[in-house]
Design a protein around this ligand. Structure first.
Ligand SMILES: NC(=O)c1ccc[n+]([C@@H]2O[C@H](COP(=O)([O-])OP(=O)(O)OC[C@H]3O[C@@H](n4cnc5c(N)ncnc54)[C@H](O)[C@@H]3O)[C@@H](O)[C@H]2O)c1
Length: 277
């Protein structure tokens, strides 16, 4: 084995699908042992079974809103693999860009409570459960952020606020856990995953994958400079490897790497200035 994460041990929340699964598989390929945590044990066990080396993967059913279940997941990881080097805080839900003016007061309240308790409290509780083990290994935390951590309309107000909050969490915790534990983020753009909506809006059976599937040859490209780049989550895993590795990013903390097709450099008249090239 000669990967960037040889001998590392990682815990990935929301590791049963999407970018969490892609990161878990990539970490495995880079030499790490990985616990995948999520709400659906059958799905997680399938990830382990179909992986390149099931002996270096472990599945734990847990809800990131439960501190006790997160502590149990950390304990199982350390029992199984001996330590914890990397926490990937990733489990999340989306609001399908539902605007404030299209929510009743009751819907808004319930959506806020559910989304913030998964997307924001879930990250905080995951870090609380893991930091003691990460101090022992001088490990690191990688948080999945979003284009919605910086820009508007990647979500509605509730999702955008939750991802801005995660950016703040990442920066505050980078300060609080230094110098022993590094904390960084990967701000992903649109990926074709199984991202779901909140139960509060009866959107928990709706997946972002359906929006990608609906797109036909006449659909205009996304209004970002790299509008023909991949939406496969496996193509977004590089920054997660970089940030997990002490050797490759040891002096780096409190930073977010955007991997979003260039949302921050889009043009006014045309998203990409080089379409004619
Ligand atoms: N798909 C995108 O376009 C996109 C863009 C930017 C950021 N993100 C972020 O990426 C992260 C992963 O999402 P994804 O797109 O891979 O979607 P996904 O649904 O495929 O993955 C999210 C995983 O989290 C799990 N999960 C949800 N709630 C949970 C809970 N309470 N406890 C435990 N597990 C829970 C889900 O079961 C799922 O396996 C999220 O934080 C999301 O906000 C996604």
């Amino acid at each position: 084995m000669s990967g960037w994460l040889d001998g590392y041990v990682a815990l990935v929340t929301g590791g049963g699908s999407g970018i969490g699964r892609a990161v878990a598989e990539r970490y495995l390929a880079e030499g790490a042992a990985v616990t995948v945590l999520g709400r659906d044990l059958d799905q997680l066990e399938e990830v382990v079974r179909s992986s390149a080396d099931p002996s270096r993967m472990h599945a734990v059913e847990a809800d990131v809103r439960s501190s006790a279940q997160l502590h149990e997941a950390v304990a199982q990881t350390v029992e199984r693999f001996g330590k914890l080097d990397v926490l990937v805080a990733n489990a999340g839900v989306w609001d399908f860009q539902r605007q404030l003016t299209r929510l009743s007061a009751d819907e808004l309240e319930a959506t806020f409570d559910e989304l913030f308790s998964i997307n924001v409290k879930g990250y905080l509780l995951s870090v609380e459960a893991a930091w003691r083990e990460l101090v022992k290994t001088r490990g690191s935390i990688v948080m999945t952020l979003s284009n919605a951590s910086f820009h508007v309309n990647g979500g509605g107000p509730v999702y955008t606020a939750s991802k801005h909050a995660c950016l703040g969490l990442m920066r505050e915790l980078a300060y609080e856990l230094a110098p022993k534990v590094r904390v960084n983020g990967v701000a992903c753009g649109g990926m074709n995953t199984d991202l779901r909506g909140p139960e509060a809006l009866a959107m928990n059976d709706r997946s972002i994958a359906a929006s990608f599937a609906k797109k036909g040859p006449d659909t205009p490209p996304p209004p970002i400079p790299l509008h023909d780049s991949s939406t496969d989550p496996r193509d977004f895993t590089g920054p997660y490897v970089l940030l997990a590795s002490r050797e490759q990013s040891g002096p780096m903390t409190g930073e977010a790497i955007s991997i979003d097709g260039g949302v921050g450099v889009r043009g006014f008249a045309r998203a990409a200035g080089g379409d004619h090239l």
